[in-house]
Write a new protein. Structure first.
Length: 411
């Protein structure tokens, strides 16, 4: 494990600090005494500092050697032939959908229970995200529901490995083969996840996109990676992330439309250092999840993240999201926890019910009942590799108290 941990922007801003107004004074006093527990915190130590300092001293802050090195090592880690580093997961999704041929008037079938970027990426290309409901257990896009909304305009499927749980890729692969569709995987939350057939997420040969924001399993501050299996597509992605330039970096001609979606050498050096202890960080996350499972199992009505499936299927632990009992005052629970120094966050809101999506596409309540029920009840608890047993126990104890308070309040 890295020598020194730092608290990040992810920890500081990942959950809004609710006001303690109206919350019992005893809770506020308890919170003031105990150390605050953030939602997330990266593990950054001397290896990261050395790696970044070396790049700083080299003077090659971008377009240098660390980019290809990080791409090679990342591809090896997920079992993909190739990888292309980009400035964010969102940028990666945008380029991957372009590479899949998605354009104006096309439809992309995806999950309404995701971070908004997965659906937004289709809109960047004037395509339409078409949602289908999710599986109530895994919270991933339901392949049968997805198949049911495939139509003449559908160009691609965009399953999301939500909260690091591997999506049912063989089923999506069958749907894609039947209708001649491309697949782009949103693996932004799923580094370290493994499918039931033993293939690691990102290693199936489709375009798969990872994200490296500070709360992720591996961070470069901001950043992302597209994994893939085709060298021509990689050359195309490299050009598009770099303003449409030719590989020889000819400054005089840009032969296609491009973007600045490059990832700097500083960020790639950080990523390489993080890869150096990724296994320990993933194992530590898994350990925290197991402790949570024990500590929370007795709380009545609380639903915990689904366990790994049969065979070799494994979640790449990203967040620990529970579903509160129906009818519980979730905002009240968030406020109670905040007053006791514990960050938590409703996670995630349903994309189709966001105001932009309602206005643009006419979505309304009741379209995707499973997603809407889950989105109304889900709550992310503090979760990071260095979280110790005492902190897990404290979160469990305070959550139990907050839930009792909320049910007493609503009775
Ligand atoms: C499922 C999912 N998709 C896409 C993204 C976007 O990644 P980024 O923030 O790196 O642009 C995220 C990031 O949180 C995510 O969780």
């Amino acid at each position: 494990m890295a020598e020194r941990a730092a608290t990040s922007r992810a920890g500081a801003d990942a959950g809004s600090r609710a006001s303690a107004d109206g919350v019992h004074r005893r809770a506020a006093d308890a919170g003031a005494r105990a150390e605050a527990i953030p939602l997330a915190a990266p593990v950054l130590g001397a290896a990261e500092e050395r790696a970044v300092l070396e790049v700083l001293r080299s003077g090659r802050l971008s377009l240098g050697p660390r980019v290809a090195e990080f791409e090679r090592e990342f591809a090896t880690r997920v079992g993909a032939p190739l990888a292309c580093a980009v400035s964010s997961g969102t940028a990666g999704l945008h380029l991957a959908l372009r590479a899949a041929g998605v354009g104006q008037g096309d439809e992309v079938v995806t999950s309404p229970f995701s971070f908004v970027a997965s659906a937004n990426a289709a809109i960047y290309e004037r395509a339409r995200p078409v949602f289908a409901d999710i599986d109530p257990l895994t919270l991933n896009l339901d392949p049968d529901a997805a198949a049911a909304v495939v139509g003449e305009r559908t160009k691609a499927l965009l399953p999301v490995h939500i909260f690091g749980y591997p999506a049912e890729m063989p089923a999506f692969e069958r749907v894609a083969a039947r209708h001649g569709l491309a697949i782009v995987e949103d693996a932004c939350e799923a580094l370290g996840a493994v499918h039931a057939d033993g293939v690691r997420v990102g290693g199936r040969g489709h375009l798969a996109v990872f994200g490296f924001y500070a709360n992720k399993q591996l961070t470069t501050g901001e950043g992302g990676m597209i994994t893939l299996d085709d060298a021509d597509t990689k050359a195309h992605l490299e050009s598009e992330r770099n303003q449409g330039r030719a590989p020889d970096m000819d400054w005089l001609d840009h032969d296609r439309l491009g973007f600045n979606y490059r990832l700097s050498d500083l960020a790639c050096a950080l990523g390489l250092a993080q890869l150096g202890h990724l296994e320990e960080m993933l194992a530590a996350r898994r350990g925290v999840a197991e402790r949570y499972r024990e500590a929370l199992s007795e709380i009545e009505g609380l639903e915990l993240p689904c366990p790994d499936g049969a065979g070799g299927q494994r979640r790449g632990w990203f967040v620990f999201v529970v579903q509160l009992p129906s009818g519980c005052d979730r905002d009240g629970v968030v406020r109670e926890l905040a007053a006791r120094g514990i960050q938590s966050k409703p996670y995630l809101p349903a994309i189709h019910l966001m105001s932009f999506y309602r206005e643009r596409f006419g979505h309304r309540e009741g379209e995707f009942p499973v997603c809407e029920d889950v989105a109304a009840r889900s709550l992310a608890l503090p979760f990071f590799p260095q979280m110790n047993e005492g902190q897990v126990a404290r979160v469990a104890q305070e959550l139990r108290a907050a839930l009792q308070g909320s049910s007493a309040g609503s009775a």
